[in-house]
Design a binder for this molecule. Structure first.
Ligand code: FAS
Ligand code: PHB
Length: 399
């Protein structure tokens, strides 16, 4: 039996786990990460691409943002399109200069892993946490398996950053939380293509044939998505059919979609999942382990980072001021932003996805929202501040 010991045991080497480990190191708090996949696998996983201002600021503070600032694409606005009519939300102007940066999640993982290891951090790849015990005591234990060898990691606290399918949430007593689930009646077919982006900013488009999103990864790689049925399959989508649909749905007068070789395709269902409590004893959930949002708001990765910022604040208070108070309030603090993100993601999802025929009540409401965006700076500002991410202090305010 392999015996490990540390202050904070972290399950999961994704954005949540790696960011938490680096935040703790900054406070002189020790951590060990157990990651059940290989380093190559985790660093190759194509997922999110939109980083909020808060996330970029946290990575700058951690000193891991050099490549992100050099290679990431900072955006000061976004295009919203409805039936081929396009309007731009200048979020820089509307939010006092807060912006987003487009930078692939796999690049974030590479930068964070390099920084963690370069500073002597321990991460055990291909090591699966199999159960968590004694989390109601002051010495919780994470049992794990590494290439057939059993082991145990004894720690002061467990951070389950192990994603939606991890063991963390399943270890919480069922009585400790209520869960909320929404499954949307559509999915996203996402592609990566070797082609320069057709606009310098993102386009979210409603079209009567369905939603489409134009995003990017660099000056040479575009990232695009289209709404498909939940039972659709990649076999039904040869490249030329994908480009035709994208050109139709994203189109507007005087604009042409560039096409090129597609090198990655995947279909992801749209769903929301939430728990109303993210902790029990000395076990804490963070990121996708506790919540899933539809990617229409670009919030998943950013929520994971915000969760661990709050968790790190609580752990710092314990080790430096010997108080458990901040940790006791972790769920309540994190969930304020989680529900704000869910509301915004639901707004963007229901506004831009085809759910009912043109002329229906649902469609007229969608169109009325879009018409209101065009005429109201207040409404556009609300969208802008949610999209770039509200600053942490915004959640302390009562106007
Ligand atoms: P993650 O799932 O990233 O990481 C959890 C880690 O824990 C994984 O590496 C896993 O291998 C490991 N693990 C699990 N069980 C374990 C065990 N028992 N022992 C050890 N390790 C274990 N978000 C956006 O904002 N925009 C998007 O466009 C977007 N697209 C997405 C597409 C897909 C297909 C998916 C699945 C998610 C997408 N997301 C998107 C959301 C995504 O980016 C997540 O929000 C983000 O990865 C959350 O990070 P973590 O909470 O760290 O969880
Ligand atoms: C992406 O670039 O992958 C992306 C951007 C914005 C979203 C979702 C995904 O809302």
């Amino acid at each position: 039996m392999k015996i490990l010991k540390t202050q904070v045991g972290i399950i999961g080497g994704g954005p949540a786990g790696l960011t938490l480990a680096l935040l703790l190191r900054r406070q002189g708090i020790e951590a060990i990460i157990l990651e059940n996949r290989s380093r190559e696998y985790v660093q190759a996983r194509v997922r999110a691409g939109l980083l909020e201002q808060n996330t970029v600021d946290i990575y700058k503070t951690l000193g891991v943002a050099d490549r992100l600032l050099k290679e990431g694409q900072q955006h000061h606005g976004v295009y919203l399109s409805f039936n081929q009519e396009r309007v731009r939300i200048p979020f820089g102007e509307l939010t006092g200069g807060r912006n987003i940066t487009i930078y692939g999640q796999q690049e974030v993982i590479k930068d964070l892993t390099d920084a963690w290891l370069a500073g002597g951090g321990e991460i055990y790849f291909e090591t699966s946490a199999t159960r968590i015990e004694d989390f109601e005591t002051s010495t919780p234990k994470i049992y794990f398996e590494q290439q057939g060898q059993a082991g145990v990691l004894t720690c002061d606290f467990v951070a389950a950053c192990d994603g939606f399918h991890g063991i963390g949430r399943k270890t919480l007593p069922a009585s400790a939380y209520q869960e909320y689930t929404i499954s949307y009646p559509f999915s996203w077919l996402g592609i990566l293509a070797h082609v320069a982006p057709s606009t310098h900013e993102l386009i979210y488009a409603y079209h009567e044939r369905g939603f489409a999103l134009h995003s990017l990864r660099s000056e040479k790689i575009s990232r695009l998505y289209i709404q498909v049925d939940n039972d659709d399959h990649l076999d039904n989508w040869p490249d030329d059919k994908i480009w035709q649909e994208l050109a139709l749905r994203l189109g507007t007068t005087g604009w042409e979609l560039k096409t090129g070789p597609i090198f990655e395709k995947s279909i992801t269902p749209m769903r929301s999942f939430f728990t109303d409590n993210m902790q029990a004893g000395r076990l804490f959930l963070a990121g996708d382990a506790a919540h899933i949002v539809p990617p229409t708001g670009g919030k998943g990765l950013n929520l994971a980072v915000a969760d661990v910022k709050h968790l790190a604040d609580g752990l710092q208070a314990y080790y430096q001021q010997n108080t458990l108070e901040t940790l006791a309030a972790y769920s309540a603090t994190a969930l304020k932003r989680v529900w704000r993100a869910q509301d915004f993601s639901h707004f963007m999802t229901t506004l831009f996805h085809k759910q009912a025929e043109h002329g229906s009540y649902q469609y007229q409401l969608q169109k009325a929202k879009f018409d209101y965006i065009k005429m109201s700076e207040a409404y556009a500002t609300s969208i802008a501040e949610n999209y770039v991410g509200l600053p942490f202090e915004a959640f302390e305010k009562n106007i």
